[in-house]
Each structure stands twice: as structure tokens, then as C-alpha cells.
Design a protein around this ligand. Sequence first.
Ligand code: PEP
Length: 249
Amino acid sequence: MRKKILAANWKMYKTPDQATAFFQEFLPLVQDHDRDEIVVCPNYIALPAAIHAAKGSRVAIGAQNLHWEKEGAYTGEICTSMLVAIGVTHVIIGHSERRQYFCETDDTVNLKLKSALAAGLTPIVCVGEVLEEREANLTDDVLRRQCLRAFNKVSAKKAASLVVAYEPVWAIGTGKTATPELAADAHAIIRAEAADSFGQEFADNLRILYGGSVKPENAHALMSEEEIDGALVGGASLDPKSFAAIVKY
Ligand code: PEP
């Protein structure tokens, strides 16, 4: 049995005070919840406030990005040792918004994945096709390419903590959700690629999250699919009651 992960991606929302207020309301709603893992990924500036607020709870805190170098002259960037030093445990890598707006490529995803694993962070690697690719029947090729390149020269042993998020780009922030069946099919493609890269046992244990307009109303149907091992939630994770309802699907 793969333990599900419900992860919040807050994107460029919430000041430190707003992050603190979120946890004051959210934590009592999920305090007895141990069925799944819960991760919240605030922006860099709100990370310390979130870590402080979540201390002693079951909620882990993740970053939304990292730089792969250990340190150096990279103005505006954040590296793994800085994240680890403040208590970050997870990191989102290769989100489609970073691929779309910030020149993230499969190769930088690979560098970031290696860096996160070396630092002991749990990476949540995002993959997913755009609408034109789905309509041209290229979903399979795109997912396989993104995974293959992301996993390049990463060993199964080192990748043990890897989590993948399938996020069809056409479903992110659009209100359009993949049907549970469609998501499950895409997850099976990712799992097959993981089996090719890391072996069948690794693939059987790999957690693959679904992301794309997950809401309290559709979380149960999505999470009931055997292939779906949790969710990466954007918009609906900003409100404590809404995210708690998704956690409890
Ligand atoms: C995301 O940003 O990872 C995401 C899935 O966003 P939303 O839930 O808003 O579609």
C-alpha cells in the first residue's frame, strides 16, 4: 500500500502573517489525520513562518523550487543547504509554470532532482502535457520523455524518496479536471517509465500524485483510483477549510 500525499502548492500567494493564520485554522482541522501525508509548499519568504507554525504537527513543509548548485554567484536563487537549514523537507521541481515562464527544461529538472536527492529533500517532480499535445495524441511520448530526462543518471537507490506529480497543463488553474480514469491512464504511463528507469519494484512503490483543479468536490473520486497516490493542489489549497476537506476527501 502506498501512503497518499496531499500537497499544497501555494504558488506566489500569502505573506508570512497569512501563512501563520492559515496554519492556525488548518492544523486543528487535520490534527487527528494520520491516514495520509500532508505537505504545504509556501513561497520562500513564507517558509520560516510556515515551519514555525507547523512545528509539532504532522504537516511537512516544502519549497516550490531550488537551484541545483551548492552555492555560488546565482543572484536571486536558493540552494538545498539553505532549505534544509530552516527545516524544509520537500521540494517541488519542474512545475509547469516554471517550465512555461522561467525556462525550466527537462535538463534543469534533472539537475534539480539530483541536487534535492543529494541533500535528503523529498522531491516532487512535476510532469504533464499541454492541450495541443493531448489533442495530437502525444501524451504518452511527452510523459515518457519528461520522466526519462528527469531521471537521467539517477539510481534507484538514490531516488528512493522520489514523488512524481502528474499535472496536465490544461487542467492547472483552469477549473478543468482530468477524469479519474484519464489521470489513472497517465499515471500508468509514468509508472511504466519509472519501471524502465528504476526497476519494477521501485515503480510499484513510487507515489504519483495528480494535480489540476483538485477541489473538495472532486477529491474523493480522484483519490479512489488505485493508480492515484495523492494530489498536488494549487488554488483550492489556499483556504484552510478547503484544503482540509481535500485532505479528508
Ligand atoms: C498546481 O499549481 O500544482 C495546481 C495543480 O494548481 P490548481 O490546483 O490550481 O489547478
